[in-house]
Design a protein around this ligand. Structure first.
Ligand SMILES: [Zn+2]
Length: 317
């Protein structure tokens, strides 16, 4: 019955914008993906989002709301994106713009927040208290406590990708130094891959990039690692170890049922999760007294953001 209610979910990331028409049970009825424009300022992005909404709405005219999950610092409930480390938009009144252009109610939240909602509510295991950590262009996090997204007074918290794991570490996209994101993101994997290729021009990482006629990216490293290249696997080992260090601290702060991993890199499975779990255990606090928190892959992979954005929209429509 209520399953007939549908919303459009949009997930704005550093490299792509994914959209879908989603039913209340989380099923996706139509999907659409566009690359994030090189110039990702507010005006360009609004035009692109409206185009995507119109295409999805043409297929499903009965949608009742729009939900957006966006990378960056998103005010709740006003739906104004203040700032993002990996996108050019600033002080973007996205919620108001979508509502006035489409006539539909809209909600806008941080991308990892909405992905966390999807995983906690509709994942293979349902969680009451969990953190979703997304590993993609950046490292995002959504904290779900008592079944609800934790936002703080204005939605400006829960940025666990930018906790400092090493004050003497590399510069992060946010401008700070030694953030978890600077060590444990796809961007970090790209940096490590380029160093590795420069050190070993005959290695598989360098060779794959040369053959494809592209610069080394995290995807090159992933491809090499999946082909069994030890140098590439070692980079995943480093990335996963840092991720586990960050996760250990998250599990110290909160009592969690699980840390769920999502984002574009989770499809690499144990390549990423193996070293992450080892470090999360190595640095866990008081294992004699507190159970080890499992680190598990999410159910919805990179679909979690658009599903969660639509669920949130249906909650508020
Ligand atoms: Zn940072």
């Amino acid at each position: 019955m209520s399953n007939a209610r549908r919303a459009i979910g949009l997930d704005i990331g550093g490299t792509k914008i994914a959209g879908a028409v989603v039913a209340e049970d989380g099923s996706m009825l139509a999907e659409l993906t566009e690359p994030t424009p090189d110039v990702s300022d507010a005006a360009t992005m609004t035009a692109l989002l409206l185009e995507m909404v119109e295409k999805l709405r043409a297929q499903h005219p009965d949608v009742v709301a729009i939900g957006v999950g966006a990378a960056g610092t998103v005010e709740w409930p006003t739906g104004r994106i203040r700032w993002a480390p990996n996108n050019a938009y600033r002080d973007w009144e996205i919620r108001a713009e979508l509502e006035s252009a489409t006539g539909l109610p809209a909600v806008v939240d941080n991308d990892a927040n909405v992905a966390g909602l999807a995983e906690a509510r509709l994942g293979d295991t349902r969680w009451s208290d969990m953190i979703l950590v997304t590993v993609g262009t950046g490292v995002g996090s959504g904290i779900v406590l008592g079944g609800k997204i934790y936002r703080g007074p204005h939605g400006l918290g829960a940025e666990l990708g930018h906790i400092i794991v090493n004050p003497d570490g590399p510069r992060c996209g946010c401008g700070n130094y030694g953030c978890l994101e600077a060590y444990a993101s796809g961007t970090a994997l790209t940096h490590m891959g380029r160093e590795s290729a420069a050190d070993d021009p005959d290695g598989l990482i360098a060779t794959l990039a040369r053959e494809a006629g592209v610069e080394v990216t995290g995807q090159t490293v992933t491809k090499a690692a999946l082909q069994g290249d030890l140098a590439a696997q070692e980079l995943f080992g480093r990335l996963g170890r840092w991720l586990g260090v960050g996760i250990a601290s998250m599990t110290t702060i909160f009592e969690l049922e699980a840390v769920v991993i999502g984002g574009g890199l989770v499809h690499t499975g144990d390549l990423l999760l193996g070293p992450t779990r080892l470090a999360a255990r190595e640095f866990a606090y008081a294992l004699e007294a507190r159970p080890l928190v499992p680190v598990v892959p999410g159910t919805f992979g990179s679909d979690a953001g658009k599903i969660g954005a639509a669920l949130l929209a249906l909650d508020h429509a």
